[in-house]
Design a protein around this ligand. Structure first.
Ligand SMILES: Cc1ncc(COP(=O)(O)O)c(C=O)c1O
Length: 324
């Protein structure tokens, strides 16, 4: 991986620590957390790791403007805006839907970070990104399009490196994790982790809790991206959908719709450990993990790592629904 372009945007390694009070409250398993909500870039999150490789590639292509897309409360969009600001680049964000009445959470941060925002309908997102890039070129600028979620082989490489980082920390702390649990959506995080798991001979489960995709769809997408990422890194690894552990039992009322499980998980984790989850991704994944523990599908004698992937600013966009 040393020959792959990378720039430094974040604070690594991110902390890895125990959750003793939550472990006790749930009656096991032994829980740990990896704090990718502390990666830097305007409140942190998993996209910092992807952007270290994506922005390096953009610079290698002499780009001066980052163009990407996401939902109204996209963490990926906000982190891309922060990366652009940090590198002295411009940023254009194509966001799905209509501008909301109140500019809150990630959207507020996008604005503070100086991103230009274009609103569009969901199925017009790729065309709007291409149109924005064409306009920028006509103005003499050099745009670089980052796909949704930063999820291509270049971005996923960030989580191959992350797995190596985790294994180093686990060695130093003399820990073995039976499972690694996290929120999975556009497949880049999970694809990187499974490639990293194979590269480091990790023997445990890499369990993505789907936030918005059906199980088979996400397994297929992760397997395809993991195989492409391995090829990008010149590793002879191939992944079939059945190699990818996905649980899609916690989709609730759909993407971005916070229900009781997410709200309860956010309050529980905040009040027992002082750790903030988010309403869209980590709250849903943590709630799923708690349910799997209660059902005995995750054993009480296991050692489990929850990989916190960020999303904190979205809490403020859900203030009305979250306040006690
Ligand atoms: C906070 C947070 N967690 C998890 C994810 C899922 O990561 P990925 O899209 O790489 O599956 C995202 C982004 O989509 C996110 O913003």
């Amino acid at each position: 991986m040393d020959r792959i372009n990378r720039i430094s945007l974040g604070f690594f390694p991110t902390p890895l620590h125990a959750l003793p009070r939550l472990t006790e409250k749930l009656g096991g398993p032994r829980l740990f957390i990896k704090r990718d909500d502390q990666t830097g870039l305007a409140t942190g999150g998993n996209k910092t790791r992807k952007l270290e490789f994506l922005v390096a590639d953009a610079r290698a292509h002499k780009a001066d403007t980052l163009v990407t897309a996401g939902a109204q409360q996209s963490n990926h969009a906000r982190q891309t805006a922060a990366a652009a600001a940090r590198m002295g680049m411009k940023c254009v964000l194509v966001l799905r839907g209509q501008p909301p009445a109140e500019c809150q959470g990630n959207l507020l941060l996008d604005d503070l970070l100086g991103a230009q925002i274009r609103w569009t309908e969901k199925n017009a997102v790729p065309a709007t990104m291409e149109a924005a890039a064409a306009e920028l070129r006509a103005q003499g600028r050099a745009p670089y399009i980052i796909p949704y979620g930063g999820s291509n082989p270049i971005g996923a490489t960030g989580y191959v490196a992350a797995m190596e980082e985790l294994m180093e920390q686990a060695r130093e702390m003399r820990l073995h994790f039976d499972r690694i649990v996290f929120a999975s959506s556009s497949s880049g995080t999970q694809a990187g982790l499974v490639v990293g798991a194979r590269a480091t001979s990790y023997r445990g489960q890499v369990l993505g809790i789907s936030v918005d995709e059906q199980r088979e769809d996400l397994q297929r997408k992760v397997a395809e991206l993991a195989t492409a990422t391995a090829a990008y890194l010149k590793l002879d690894f191939h992944f079939a959908p059945d190699d990818i552990a996905v649980n899609a039992d916690y989709l609730g009322a759909g993407y971005g719709v916070m229900g009781d499980p997410e709200r309860d998980a956010i309050r529980l984790t905040a009040q027992t450990e002082g750790v903030l989850l988010d309403p869209v991704y980590t709250g849903r994944a943590f709630a799923g993990m708690i349910d799997l523990i209660r059902k005995g599908e995750i054993g009480r004698d296991e050692t489990v790592l929850f990989w916190h992937t960020g999303g904190t600013p979205a809490l403020f966009a859900y203030a009305d629904e979250l306040a006690g």
